[in-house]
Design a protein around this ligand. Sequence first.
Ligand code: IPE
Ligand code: IPE
Ligand code: MG
Length: 258
Amino acid sequence: MQAPETITDAAERALWAQLDGARLPCHVAIIMDGNGRWAQQRGLPRLAGHQQGVKTVRRIVELCGDLQGIRALTLYAFSTENWSRPAAEIGGLMQLLKTYLRIELAEMLKNDIRLTTIGHGEELPAEAREELERTKMRTADNKKFILNLALNYGARRSLTDMARTLARQAQAGQLDPAAITPELVNDTLETSFLPPLEMVLRTSGEMRLSNFLLWEMSYAELVVTPVLWPDFSRCDFLRTLLEFQQRERRFGATTPRQ
Ligand code: IPE
Ligand code: IPE
Ligand code: MG
């Protein structure tokens, strides 16, 4: 596909040229990992890594806007397990979330980006929660692209919520257990408003899922890059999209050639 004229970097333009604009994943989810190690390598506090990580978020959201084909980007920003980190780090992350939303609102409005969240956002500190509610409301009618933040998110908890919802409906006599299908499970999950998840990317080389979107990623392509999240560049993301396009997605069938 053709790179927008505003992109002058030759290496990036070459990557754009190799991409097939018709075969971009409609929904990409990223486990943004490696902020702590990035800071540690430089003798800096972990929070410096998270600050740098926010810059990568800006960079990748902007690139998704340029690409016009990825309809949703889910970013794993805080897991249900991350509460076990030191209080100062959690506080710093919440502060960063708040300032990110404040600063980015104008860009989201300008670029037709809708901000959504998954996870138990109601358990976040009040200031972050209020900023989130404001941003969600202000961007609710935006259509071009969904930026979905997974905050206080854990797939096991999400699946448990879904089970509870269905059980309540059954208990109230509104649902026959025999009518529970994979489609109904899908529609009951908090992620039902998102397009199907087609690609999951993890930075920093860790080969694990860390309780992220376990149901939704059943047939997503997994891409792991050794690059730490603060270092993750536009070109790195374009390369992961190229890797996605080189995969043969069989969905359990035989290959089309056979
Ligand atoms: C990911 O970076 C960011 C969050 C979990 C919020 P880490 O903080 O996990 O970085 P590492 O894994 O310690 O390098
Ligand atoms: C996963 O990263 C969670 C987020 C990116 C928010 P972690 O760094 O918390 O995961 P583990 O500890 O390596 O599994
Ligand atoms: Mg980590």
